[in-house]
Each structure stands twice: as C-alpha cells, then as structure tokens.
Design a protein around this ligand. Structure first.
Ligand code: PLP
Length: 407
C-alpha cells in the first residue's frame, strides 16, 4: 500500500453517508427491509446525540453488565515471554461472559425507545443469543433467537440458558445448520414482522447502520483501556491485539487509537487447520471481495462466488466474511491481520490458564497467541494490550474432549 497518496485519517468520517467504508459495507437487502434500516439509522442518529439515552445506557452497563472492566497486567505471562508487558482488557468479567452484552444491552434499549416490543437475533455458539436473552429479560421484551440445529446440539447449555431467561430458541434446519443459515432465518423473520420487531445483530457486520452502530456500542472498550493505561503507565501502548470474527470486539478496542500513528494494531483471525480451502476462517488470508448477508467485504468463496465452508475450533470466529471497517483499514495499512491455528490456540489456552489463573474463551485465545508471539519479539520497555473478549467456561468441555483424543 502506498501511504503517500492516502489522505489523513479521520476515524469519525467512516462510514460515509451511504454506509460505505471506502469500497466496503453498504446496504444489500430486499426492498422490504430498506424502510426498516432507514428508520433504524434515523433512530440511532437521534439516540447517539441524546444525553438521556447515553446516560441510561451508561447506568445499565455499570449496574447490569459490570463496567468498567479491569485492564489487568498479566505478570506471569509477561515473565514467561521475557519481553514486552502484556495487559489484558478483561471483557471476560462482564455479565454473560463476553463483550457481546455491550451491544445487546444498547440495541435492546434503542428498540425500547423505538417502541418495538419484539426482538429477534441470530446466534452461532450462543454467546450473542445469551446476551440478547439477558437484555430482553431485563427490559421485558419478547425475544426470539435463531440458531442452527447443528449449533443447538453442540451448545446445548447456552440453549438452556436462553430458555431460562425467557427467550424462544428456534432451530434452523437449512444448509449446514449453523450461523449463516440462522442469519438468513432472522432476516426472513424481520421482513415479515418489521413493524413490531427489532433485529439485534451480534457483530460489526451486515447492512448500514449495523457495522457503525455495533462499533459505537463497543467503543467503550477502547475508551476505558486508554484511560486505564495512561493512569497505570503514563503513556499509550505500543501494540493492540484482538481476535476478529465479525470484528466487533476488535474495532471496539482499536477505534479510540486509530489516529495514533505509532500504535500497531493487529486483528487475529481463525487459522483453523491451516490455510487450505474449507479448513479455516481467515478471510484476509484466503478471501476476496464479494457480498454476503447485506454487506460488501472480504469473504471466503470459490471461483463461482459460492461461499466456502469454514472451520475453527472457536465457533465465534467461524464465519466466511469479515466486518467492512476492518477491510477498509487493512487496505490503508492501519490495521494488520494475522491468524492463529487451532493447535496454537489450544496450547495458548492452557498456557494462560496455568500461568494467570484465567481461562480465556477460545476466540480470545487467538489474540493471546499473537500477544505472546509479539511480547517475545519486543523489548521489556514495550507495552501490549490484548482484548480478552470472553471467558472460557463455555469451552472447557470441548477442549477436554480434544486434549483427551490427543492423549
Ligand atoms: C462472538 C465472540 C467473538 C467474535 O466476535 P467479534 O464480533 O469479532 O468480536 C470473540 N470473542 C468472544 C468471546 C465472542 O463471544
């Protein structure tokens, strides 16, 4: 990428009025949903400038979700690496166990303001479904969660959690019976019930205004981290690292720092079994430009544009497309991308548990793997912040099974 021709960055200028981040993003939905998206964009535009909305949201994030989260110095992991200091942004300590509650609470509050009494959502592993079910229970909203039948089997405990909190979980039998099909069903529901219903999308993806809105609802991660590192170290960090599924926890951490030229930012994708067709979910390692589920972006596809199968040990990163804002900043050379394979992740999962007494989500462990690698390469006066996007309790059964097989 040539930097000479690149105009100075203004992070607030993205997306443009048509919902584009450069060539990425936009609106690709059936005619019947155009009005709903415009209505949502207008409602959000009002809410984001309304101190009443922002104060109420801040209060719920504090009392219900548990913000602010700590910025934790991982001393033994740091010592183990022998280089840069590793700090962990502890989103794993939030209610329901991951960063997803930031967005679910905010969108539920917005839906309430819009007079919508019914919420729908998609979920893959069930983390976004659980966060949405919790937010809906809190606000007394009807909640329907679409989930692939295959995922329902794999994540039975999360299905039970959602049902306990009053949500209806609808199994989707189409195709691979996973996240992509669940999103299709949620879109279909929305087309039919658009007057009464708000669709709480779970990541910085889809048609405008979702990528922007979800990003904004996670900006609190970076805002807190900036304040915390300045208080603790008296300066900004050298590197930021986060895992990237759709991209919400990563852009939430990165956004506040985008205009700081000396901070290196890396998004870590799922390398699965390695970069072979159908064996991973590293869109920037094997993907190209296309349109999927409302959004133009980098995606894994075959020569005819059919969506490729994906694989990752972590369900939350196992998606064929990536949020449009990440594609934009990658082109500019502002955010770099790496990947971690299943084996690397399983090793780091055990390392972090053993050294820090923290069991990380498999998704977050992708970021930790890269943080460990970078810490080893950097000198002791450098500082890395890695986003610990969620806790790993949900993953221990799966890991036990895999490690058992390996002896
Ligand atoms: C869902 C999830 C992710 C991936 O989603 P992003 O939108 O890319 O952040 C990462 N970590 C955890 C713990 C998750 O639950």
């Amino acid at each position: 990428m040539s930097t000479a021709a690149t105009p100075p960055l203004d992070r607030f200028s993205m997306p443009d009025a048509t919902g584009h981040f450069g060539p990425y993003g936009g609106v690709f939905v059936p005619e019947t949903l155009m009005t709903a998206l415009q209505e949502l964009a207008a409602a959000y535009e009002k809410a984001r400038k309304d101190p009443g909305f922002l104060n109420e949201l801040r209060q719920h994030l504090k009392e219900f979700a548990g913000r602010p989260t700590e910025l934790y110095f991982a001393s033994r992991l740091t010592e183990h690496c022998g280089g840069a200091k590793i700090y962990l942004k502890r989103e794993d300590l939030l209610h329901t166990g991951a960063h997803k509650i930031n967005n679910a609470l905010a969108q539920a509050l917005l839906a309430k303001r819009m007079g919508k009494k019914r919420i729908i959502a998609e979920t893959g592993a069930g983390q976004h479904g659980v966060a949405t079910a919790a937010a809906c229970a809190k606000f007394g909203l009807e909640c329907v969660v679409y989930m692939g039948a295959h995922d329902m089997e794999r994540q039975a405990l999360n299905v039970f959690r959602m049902r306990l909190m009053g949500a209806e979980v609808r199994g989707v039998e189409a195709g691979q019976k996973t996240l992509k099909e669940a999103i299709n069903e949620a879109m279909r529901d929305w087309v039919t019930n658009v007057r009464s219903t708000h669709y709480i999308l779970g990541t910085a993806y889809g048609s405008h205004p979702y990528p922007m809105m979800v990003r904004d609802f996670h900006r609190v991660i970076g805002l807190e981290a900036k304040e915390q590192i300045l208080a603790r170290e008296g300066r900004l960090p050298d590197e930021l690292i986060a895992c990237v599924g759709g991209g919400s926890n990563a852009i939430g951490l990165f956004f506040e720092f985008l205009e700081e030229p000396n901070i290196r930012m890396t998004g870590v994708e799922a390398g699965g079994h390695g970069i072979k067709r159908g064996e991973h979910a590293a869109r920037f390692a094997g993907g190209r430009l296309g349109v999927l589920q409302g959004c133009k972006t980098f995606l894994l596809q075959d020569a005819n544009g059919q969506i490729e199968l994906t694989h990752s040990v972590s369900a939350g990163l196992d998606y064929a497309a990536v949020g449009p804002e990440h594609a934009f900043y990658r082109d500019r050379g502002r955010i770099e991308f790496a990947f971690a394979t299943d084996d690397e992740v399983l090793e780091t999962f055990q390392l972090c548990s053993r050294l820090e007494g923290i069991i990380p989500a498999l998704e977050s462990t992708h970021a930790l793997f890269h943080a460990v690698k970078r810490a080893k390469a950097l000198s002791k006066d450098k500082i890395i912040i890695a986003n610990l996007s969620g806790r790993g309790d949900k993953d221990v059964q799966q890991v036990a099974k895999i490690l058992g097989h390996k002896g």
